[in-house]
Write a protein that binds this ligand. Structure first.
Ligand code: ZN
Length: 135
């Protein structure tokens, strides 16, 4: 795998995860509402073979926005400018909730990339997906 194809694989998989699509084929959906599917309906990729496989990536994706909120409180934006601070906290809280599926999709894509770069024979990844004509 060349460095160029490696970076393309990473950006493609992360972009698909951000759009809540299967990181392998980009066609299947990751979520139905607020719950995620076990496998891709198009290519058959199992998104998380074991419960908690994406836990570390999800923790990072969830904790970073919350850390921003804590920094805002800690440095006194809320105390020194109450209206601005409360507005910022409300906007951040809405963003944290609204973008949760997108961040979880990126977590699944990061887990997928870790499986591609450190393959496990007991955890087969479907063959490269070539999309056919849409029907
Ligand atoms: Zn797929």
């Amino acid at each position: 795998m060349t460095p160029r194809s490696r970076s393309k694989l990473i950006t493609t998989a992360l972009g698909r995860g951000l759009r809540k699509r299967c990181p392998h084929c980009g066609e299947g959906q990751l979520f139905s509402g607020w719950s995620f599917f076990d496998r891709c309906s198009v290519c058959g990729l199992v998104f998380a073979r074991n419960p908690g496989d994406t836990w570390a990536f999800t923790i990072i994706g969830d904790r970073l926005p919350i850390a921003v909120m804590i920094v805002l409180i800690y440095f006194g934006v809320v105390r020194s400018h109450p209206a601005l601070g409360v507005t910022m906290l409300v906007i951040l809280a809405v963003l944290v909730i609204w973008t949760a599926p997108n961040r979880w999709g990126v977590s699944i894509a990061l887990h997928y990339l870790s499986r591609v770069y450190w393959p496990d024979p007991a955890d087969p990844i479907p063959s490269p997906f070539v999309p056919g004509p849409r029907q």
